[in-house]
Design a protein around this ligand. Structure first.
Ligand code: GDP
Ligand code: MN
Length: 377
């Protein structure tokens, strides 16, 4: 789960990472009032969950409250990489002497958190990684011990260039790691971490992604979720207890079990098709779940055929079949549906499905996948 910059900055502040004061607002008039309260030049910043807002015109400096109003009016409603700006952060503008990059990410290959830092902040880290990889420093952290003070000191010394600046920088890096660890983040990034001409060090931007698998340990974070910015299908699926991930293809897939879902995606790709989603209806197969799954998939207009691939272990194939029949009765489905059911009560299931001539039955996974791809073409 991603959160907005202003939310991440609130958490940063709670952990003692210095951030410029700011207010989040939803209208140009509120932006003007917020800028007036600051009483100094401000930066008006689009609050969207995608990166690269600066380049897209979503970050603008305003010298006066009237200018803040103008800039906010221009940014609110703007489309940034498919996301509409609904809120802006009005924050005190800071003079910048240097921009630094610092992030903590999970390095899956090393099975450890990785702290990355570069004295060349401000630009996207992917660009630095490509054009000047030696400018990025990497320090791996043993999650059992946490970040040792010498590790943050070493990084900070290399970044700061002088001992006096290294101290507050090491402190910020240490706090960023503690935050990453305690909130179960998958990414905690400051870009840029700036040094001001009067040698203060503060976080001008904040990016925080939570590990979805750890969210149950942080029920209070649920209030940080921005449903507007999330995929409506994914929101609906979460409410129905289904796991759903939207992909870019045209074969809608309904599967039970994550392993079977992965195998199904692989096979669709193998036969030259493109899955439109990953949808796991899980162990139970109540008709309501099948209906919910279908209606989530049907929201995506790029879907041209639907593939049901069900293995009946605990799930009973006849239950799924009944769900499908009910769904067909209720939904006026126009898309071709290919069904491969195997396992517990599969014969009864086939019998039930014979009542729906619009369903294309398949005996094997290969056959089902090939049929679904052909029907989507
Ligand atoms: P991003 O483009 O989404 O990463 O948004 P950032 O918050 O990182 O802002 C983009 C760029 O705008 C930064 O790298 C800075 O160069 C600039 N910027 C942001 N805030 C300020 C500020 O307070 N003062 C100045 N001078 N520049 C700023
Ligand atoms: Mn940034």
């Amino acid at each position: 789960m991603k959160v907005h910059e202003y939310q991440a900055k609130e958490l940063f502040a709670r952990y003692g990472i210095p951030v410029p004061p700011g207010t989040v607002v939803a209208t140009a008039a509120e932006a003007e009032a917020a800028a007036a309260r600051v009483g100094k030049p401000v930066v008006v910043k689009a609050q969207v969950l995608v990166g690269g807002r600066g380049k897209a015109g979503g970050v603008k400096i305003a010298k006066t409250p009237a200018e803040a109003r103008e800039k906010a009016a221009a940014i609110l409603g703007m489309d940034i990489k498919g996301e509409t700006v609904k809120k802006v952060l009005v924050t005190e503008a800071v003079d910048i002497a240097r921009e630094i990059y610092v992030a903590v990410v999970m390095d899956r290959r090393a099975q450890k958190p990785l702290v990355m830092a570069s004295a060349e902040g401000g630009v996207e880290i992917e660009v630095t990684a490509k054009e000047n990889p030696s400018a990025i420093q990497r320090v791996w952290i043993d999650p059992l011990y946490g970040m040792h003070p010498f590790q943050s000191r070493q990084l900070a010394t290399a970044l700061a260039g002088d001992a006096e600046l290294a101290k507050p920088m090491a402190d910020i890096i240490q706090k960023l790691y503690r935050l990453y660890d305690e909130v179960d983040a998958s990414l905690a990034e400051i870009n840029p971490l700036v040094v001001t001409p009067d040698r203060r060090v503060l976080a001008l931007d904040a990016k925080l992604n939570f590990d979805d698998n750890a969210l149950e340990r942080h029920p209070d974070f649920e209030t940080l979720r921005d449903l507007d910015a999330e995929d409506p299908g994914e929101v609906r699926a979460r409410a129905e207890g289904l796991s759903f991930v939207r992909l870019s293809g045209n074969v809608g897939c309904v599967v039970n079990g994550a392993g079977l879902a992965m195998a199904t995606m692989d096979l669709v790709k193998f036969y030259g098709g493109q899955p439109a989603n990953f949808l796991d209806i899980g162990g139970s197969s109540r008709p309501e779940k099948v209906i919910a799954a279908l209606s989530i998939i049907l929201q995506d207009t790029s879907v041209k055929s639907i593939l049901f691939n069900i293995f009946g272990g605990i799930t009973r194939c006849d239950d799924v079949a009944r769900g499908l029949v009910t769904a067909f009765d209720q939904m006026n489905l126009k898309l071709p549906v290919v069904v491969r059911l195997t396992g517990t009560n599969e014969d009864e299931a086939r019998e039930i499905l014979r009542a729906v001539p619009a369903i294309h039955p398949a005996e094997t996974m290969d056959e089902a996948v090939k049929k679904a791809i052909a029907l989507a073409a």
